[in-house]
Design a protein around this ligand. Structure first.
Ligand code: ZN
Length: 485
């Protein structure tokens, strides 16, 4: 036995009590007999067996001796039997707000309650909990959650110091110095966090990765999904555990976790301590460019642009905006702290709105070379912005990623000498959201378009603990791939 002992910080009192009772009974001891051996009153032991009192380590030690079992056995987190497991589950359930909300009298599970009844109750409660915990949002709720999250991001200049610190700690631990994070170092970080990685071709379609928490293994596909390289997805997945995320409570929680996990991945792949000096040099040379950040750290253009928004305000004193839209102008992602006014609905949400035809993110699609950087100055009622837009070819459709800054800050950027100019009065003024009068006169009331049905940005997500994820597929996958217990 070890020279020192420590109580597990997560000692589950009900499980411990069940194990104690189970071991005592298998040794055919009464509470009084065991109490006598460890110098405690039977009533005290009874409280412990019922999970109502936390035992001190000295007592646990004495109990292990008295029962003649290894301490580890007594402290094992596994319930001693199916019946014990059910009793524990029922005991735990009754403590939950959801159960209490039913206002049922407390049910004491005595030894005469048949196990079939326990199974039945446990199954009913599991289903009740499943139906209750669905961070599925209506489109309205999703929009509100998105708007609120963006407000918080704007407030902090899209910079999360605590996640930066985590990333730095991790990079230090594996000996990272500069430049692109090698696959070997990514693997070292994963290992450092106590996980392993496996690649599988048959990952369910609804997921990008699955983490098997029992065996601490992360499953990935070996393919690139636009901005989501396998390295990025791996680090995003890892981010949830590094950041101590718990199963999302609601849709807002789900969104916040996703933002944080993505931030973590970007902070590891484009480390602050290397990226900031690099960006400062580029600014001093008046040669700031997102594509350089992309190339130096071997990340997607979108991740580089997004990462720029993390570091620009805090470290370069530059305010900026970021937007990702498709060819039709539908906005999928947006951020700003530079005063640009995005189109938004009554809840303040930007996602799903159509952006101005004159903005760089739309004009890039009609530029002669749409896959090269497209620069543009845009005059808006709030002032002039300089923008660089880039088209990322996607599997189903192309997306434009735009980074923009107020006119004054354009002097630090490559592409500032562009002669592309546009004027936009969107979203408030008369601009492009309505057809020009002559066109409208000719065709108003004379056109009947049939809209293409495609899943929209914020269509209601299918239900489930993790929105849009098919749990059956996930569990079936793990069943097939997990090592035998
Ligand atoms: Zn417009």
């Amino acid at each position: 036995m070890k020279g020192w002992l420590k109580l597990p910080t997560d000692l589950h009192l009900a499980t411990f009590g069940q194990r104690l009772r189970h071991l005592r009974r298998t040794r055919r001891l009464t509470l009084a007999e065991l109490g006598a051996r460890v110098g405690r009153a039977p009533s005290q032991l009874s409280l412990i067996e019922n999970g109502r009192r936390e035992p001190k380590l000295s007592l646990i030690s004495a109990l292990a001796d008295a029962l003649d079992v290894p301490l580890d056995d007594l402290l094992s987190p596994a319930p001693p039997s199916r019946r014990a497991e059910l009793e524990i589950a029922l005991e735990d359930s009754q403590q939950e707000p959801l159960y209490r909300g039913l206002e049922l009298p407390y049910l004491r599970v005595g030894p005469r309650v048949p196990i079939e009844v326990l199974e039945h109750l446990a199954a009913l409660y599991t289903e009740l909990r499943r139906r209750d915990t669905k961070p599925t949002a209506t489109p309205e709720e999703a929009r509100v959650a998105n708007a609120e999250l963006r407000r918080q991001m704007r407030q902090r200049g899209n910079y999360f110091p605590e996640i930066e610190q985590l990333a730095v700690g991790m990079l230090d631990a594996v000996g990272y110095r500069s430049g692109t994070l090698s696959d070997a170092l990514v693997a070292a970080i994963v290992l450092h966090c106590g996980f392993s990685v496996r690649y599988a071709e048959d990952l369910p379609r609804s997921v990008r990765s699955i983490a098997d928490l029992r065996h601490r293994c992360i499953y990935l596909r070996r393919e690139s999904l636009g901005m989501h390289t396998p390295r990025g997805i791996l680090l995003q997945t890892l981010g949830h555990f590094v950041l101590d995320h718990e199963q999302p409570r609601d849709f807002a929680d789900f969104l916040r976790q996703r933002v944080e996990a993505n931030y973590f991945a970007a902070a590891v792949l484009v480390p602050e301590q290397v990226a900031v000096p690099f960006l400062r040099r580029a600014r001093d040379d008046r040669d700031l460019a997102v594509e350089d950040l992309r190339d130096v750290f071997s990340v997607s253009y979108e991740m580089a642009a997004h990462r720029f928004t993390n570091l620009a305000t805090k470290h370069l004193g530059v305010r900026c905006h970021f937007v990702r839209n498709d060819e039709a102008g539908t906005i999928y992602k947006a951020y700003e702290n530079d005063g640009l006014v995005f189109p938004s609905d009554s809840s303040g949400a930007i996602e799903g709105q159509r952006m101005c035809r004159h903005w760089a993110g739309r004009r890039v699609f009609s530029s002669p070379d749409r896959y090269s950087a497209y620069y543009q100055y845009t005059d808006t009622p709030e002032g002039t912005h300089w923008c660089v837009a880039h088209v990322d070819p996607g599997r189903e459709r192309n997306f434009a990623v735009t980074l923009g800054v107020p006119y004054d800050d354009s002097r630090w950027f490559r592409g500032r000498e562009t002669t592309n100019r546009a004027t936009s009065r969107c979203p408030a003024g008369p601009c492009c959201q309505r057809p020009p009068a002559p066109l409208a006169d000719r065709w108003s009331g004379m056109a009947w378009p049939s809209a293409r049905a495609h899943s929209h940005v914020l269509a209601v997500l299918p239900p489930g603990s993790f929105p849009g994820v098919d749990e059956t597929d996930v569990y079936a996958f793990l069943d097939q791939h997990a090592p035998p217990d």
